[in-house]
Design a binder for this molecule. Structure first.
Ligand code: NAP
Length: 486
């Protein structure tokens, strides 16, 4: 087991897949050339491990190393698409609860884009472990797939506090919270509500909410208006790639996954397999990621030197193929040598930001239980797979629950109310029907006996595939209406 020499920090180094080893070696060389007090412990994850038959893509000795070093510098890991194994990246982020993904986007000298000269300088703070990325998926029927979007109050609080703390540490005056709360009022709405509750604790930082689609539009139209954007996992994934394109593309986009115990530093980009081994890709994203890691480890001077060296290199006109083109682009190794040669130079056109150490939000590691003053269930949605038309299904279900405490309130199909239809719906129905049953006496509260009785009655005639309780918390509905429901 490797150990750092006295006074030095040990970092787990994961070369990764595709272009990973090239960008990792480049970054390692630059950091070593600063003389920073860092030792490396190399471990594997990703494609080679999947090929050995380990479904997580992350072997035990890598997990053990991260648990010990608590800091990782990694290359991208290839993810099988659409089937089989989970992403090894997401596994690493989740295993070590690196709940915040911080993605800075800043205009760079010598990297000409349609936005050059507008001073783009923003940071996307993306929730990193919840939302659709939890990857909880089911085939409810052979033709209907489900992905659960679980968002917790605790997860929202952590990411919102991280965004405000990050803004403070970098002296950034404004935080935008970007959500789709107009449509997903409960899930995306939870981030918005939490943001609005916590914002008054940071009176020195201006807080605004913006709908995520408009945020994407504004990022393209007037990106210089943004400073810090906090958002849910999926939204953050998309807008951070979009934002990186404003300043030259994925070759310039660094990122840090931060948790209370562990931090994993990696570029935003993936393994770009078509460029693997060709010595043509841009290592800047991971080198700037290395700058974030050096700052995290308290190596501020080395961080400033590397940041300046990248800027001076770009100012000097040494650029890789992605921006200079095939004919004029420097190779990955030549570009890296140029950066190392400028480690003692300072960019005149650039200021390194004044920073205070980031205060990690103090949110208890214990499970958080949100306790309402009152709660009761007033009905149930039972999802049924059936070839019947909505009217025939409705009549059948009404007959099955006659004389019980539950009555059929309505049937929807892909979110639209289709029974009773009132003649309004043209929904193109599929064989998957969420059927809403409500207690005839809502004050009574739904019991397990009501549920079991319902399941017994329905399952004799129909195939049910999913069930959701309909709760009231403090007399507020904990469920949504179907489209078209009054
Ligand atoms: P990608 O690897 O990021 O590549 C997309 C495109 O971005 C490349 O074709 C290239 O554009 C450009 N690019 C990316 N990195 C670059 C660099 N360092 N220098 C210059 N150009 C760069 O995305 P992908 O093709 O969608 O994903 C490939 C694999 O990586 C997948 O298995 C995916 O799951 C995985 N992935 C891993 C991570 C991670 O480990 N954190 C993140 C994202 C994706 P041009 O074609 O225009 O030259």
């Amino acid at each position: 087991m490797a150990q750092a020499a006295a006074g030095r920090k040990l970092v787990t180094l994961i070369p990764g897949d595709g272009i990973g080893p090239e960008v990792v070696r480049a970054t390692q060389a630059v950091i070593e050339a600063t003389g920073a007090s860092i030792d490396w412990e190399e471990r594997q994850a990703g494609a080679s491990i999947f090929r050995q038959g380990l479904p997580s893509g992350v072997p035990e000795d890598t997990i053990e190393s991260v648990n010990r070093t608590r800091v990782v510098l990694k290359g991208p890991l290839e993810t099988p698409v659409g089937f089989g194994e989970k992403s090894a990246n997401v596994t690493l982020r989740k295993l070590f609860e690196t709940y915040a993904n911080i993605r800075p986007v800043r205009e760079l000298p010598g990297v000409t884009t349609p936005y050059s000269g507008r001073g783009v300088d923003l940071v996307v703070v993306r929730e990193n472990v919840e939302d659709l990325y939890a990857g909880i998926e089911y085939m409810q029927t052979p033709g209907v797939a489900e992905c659960l979007k679980l968002i917790s109050r605790k997860g929202c609080e952590k990411i919102v506090r991280m965004a405000f703390e990050f803004a403070r540490s970098e002296g950034r005056p404004v935080v935008h919270c970007a959500t789709k709360s107009n449509i997903m009022k409960l899930t995306e709405g939870m981030l918005k509500r939490t943001f609005e509750e916590i914002a008054p604790e940071y009176p020195d930082v201006e807080s605004n909410h913006i709908i995520i689609d408009n945020c994407a539009h504004q990022l393209v139209k007037r990106p210089e208006q943004f400073d810090v954007i906090v958002t849910t996992n999926m939204n953050g994934d998309i807008i951070s790639d979009l934002s990186s394109a404003l300043v030259g593309g994925l070759g310039f986009a660094p990122s840090a996954n931060i948790g209370n115990e562990v931090a994993i530093f990696e570029a935003v980009h993936g393994s770009a397999p078509k460029y693997a081994g060709k010595n043509v890709i841009n290592p800047t994203a991971l080198i700037l990621t290395g700058v974030m890691m050096l700052r995290y480890l308290g190596e501020a001077e080395a961080a400033d030197r590397v940041e300046n060296a990248v800027l001076v290199t770009l100012e000097s006109g040494v650029r890789t193929r992605d921006i200079a083109g095939d004919r004029d682009g420097a190779s990955t190794t030549d570009y890296t040598k140029a950066v190392i040669s400028h480690l003692n130079d300072r960019s005149g056109a650039w200021s390194v930001r004044e920073r205070r150490p980031l205060q990690l939000p103090q949110v208890s590691a214990e499970p958080v239980t949100v306790r309402p003053g009152s709660r009761r269930d007033i009905g149930v949605d039972l999802f049924i797979e059936s070839d019947l038309d909505p009217r025939a299904l409705g009549k059948s279900l009404e007959a099955l629950v006659e004389g019980t405490r539950l009555s059929l309130y309505g049937i929807s199909n892909r979110g639209t109310m289709v029974y009773p239809s009132k003649g309004r719906s043209n929904a193109d129905c599929i064989d998957h029907w969420p059927c809403r049953f409500m207690l005839r006496d809502a004050a009574a509260g739904l019991t397990d006996a009501d549920l079991l009785d319902l399941l017994q009655r329905v399952s004799g005639t129909h195939r049910w595939v999913h069930l959701e309780r309909l709760p009231l918390y403090d007399d507020e509905r904990g469920f949504t209406r179907a489209q078209g429901e009054d």
